[in-house]
Design a protein around this ligand. Structure first.
Ligand SMILES: Nc1nc2c(ncn2[C@@H]2O[C@H](COP(=O)(O)OP(=O)(O)OP(=O)(O)O)[C@@H](O)[C@H]2O)c(=O)[nH]1
Ligand SMILES: [Mg+2]
Length: 326
């Protein structure tokens, strides 16, 4: 029996070490992950995925912890994937996260994993979705993906979720910054955390206003609710849960299939981009070609143009057309 088959067999019977192994394979783009996921494919799609993002220190982990408690109280199992930011400066906070969350490891209904973000070409997004797929196949019901930040990479990560929860908090111009960064566009639910601090009401009002001005068309008519809570003191968590559940109900009212189809397409696109890149860069010898062109003094855009042109020529030749006829 292959290693992948063994992990698959154990994964579907609720073996946590098998899940951990599968996620490690997902993280390192190990080909064995594919075998596991292919075998478990029909088990994927039963869990509900919530992507949690927002600026550093907004309280995402604290809120995640509260959500875990609430789900556990309702006897729902929870999988959490915390995607580490690539910046080493936040290392301390992450360590803190791990310590806070590690208290959960004795609970069989909770599985927490943190994952190092790395590389480009959508590598983080691909690995994250793969890992969440593994948790889903394992049978965890509530899947929470926490990622720090407000940029494109984070959108890619949380964009794979069914519901995107954006967590903000008062202070340091976060509201304005968030509005500028376009975070509103990806938010299905906006949460103002640290409602115990001054400025929270103002931030919530600003967000309400921004939402009311937003074009709901691209969101299929969904109007993003703004909720406030104080994760630090466990206040208002039920409002956050209610808003999340409202979005779930809305999606499940005939919109979920299209939503997930778009998500799967993005997944294919990302995995393909990574595979094509790997194929061309190494197997196709593009790396050497790029090294040569650079050594000849070519600017990097010219190297890219040269390689793309080479690809076009090759594709035409392979198709038995254009290049040879001319
Ligand atoms: N006053 C107040 N502080 C809070 C609240 N929620 C969280 N905090 C504090 O805010 C700080 C950051 O909380 P985290 O949950 O680590 O925030 P985070 O968004 O996960 O941070 P990163 O993962 O580092 O981006 C911690 O010191 C928390 O104790 C709250 O409701 N009120
Ligand atoms: Mg955190």
């Amino acid at each position: 029996m292959s290693a992948a088959q063994g992990v698959l067999d154990r994964l579907v019977t609720g073996d946590r070490t098998a899940l951990a192994r599968a996620i490690t394979w997902a993280e390192s783009a190990d080909p064995r992950f594919r075998a596991v996921l292919t075998g478990a494919n029909e088990r994927v799609g039963r869990g509900w995925r919530v992507g949690i993002t927002g600026p550093p220190g907004a309280g995402k982990s604290t809120l995640t912890n509260e959500l875990i408690s609430a789900h556990r109280a309702a006897e729902r199992s929870v999988g959490v994937l915390a995607v580490d930011p690539s910046s080493p400066f936040t290392g301390g906070a992450l360590l803190g996260d791990r310590i806070r969350m590690d208290g959960r490891t004795s609970d069989e209904g909770v599985f927490i994993r943190s994952m190092a973000s790395r590389g480009s070409h959508g590598g983080i997004a691909r690995a994250t979705v793969d890992a969440v797929d593994a948790m889903d196949a394992f049978g965890l019901e509530e899947l929470l993906i926490e990622t720090v930040g407000v940029g494109q990479a984070e959108y890619d990560v949380v964009g794979a979720a069914d519901t995107v929860l954006v967590v903000l908090c008062p202070g340091a111009g976060d509201g304005v910054q968030a509005l500028k960064s376009g975070i509103l566009e990806v938010a299905d639910v906006l949460c103002v955390n640290k409602a115990d601090l001054s400025g929270a009401e103002r931030l919530a009002a600003d967000l309400e206003e921004a939402v009311s001005l937003r074009d709901v068309e691209p969101h299929g008519g969904w109007v993003t609710p703004v909720v406030s809570c104080s994760a630090g003191t466990s206040e208002g968590i039920e409002d956050v849960l209610a808003a999340l559940s409202l979005h779930r109900t809305w999606l499940e009212d005939g919109r979920l299939e299209a939503h997930r189809e778009a998500r799967r397409l993005a997944q294919v696109h990302r995995a393909l981009a990574e595979a094509v890149d790997r194929e061309l860069w190494e197997a196709f010898g593009w790396r050497e070609r790029a090294v040569r062109l650079l050594a000849d003094g070519a600017a990097h855009y010219d190297v890219v143009a040269d390689l793309i042109e080479e690809l076009r020529v090759q594709t035409r030749t392979a198709a038995g057309g254009g290049a040879s006829e001319r």
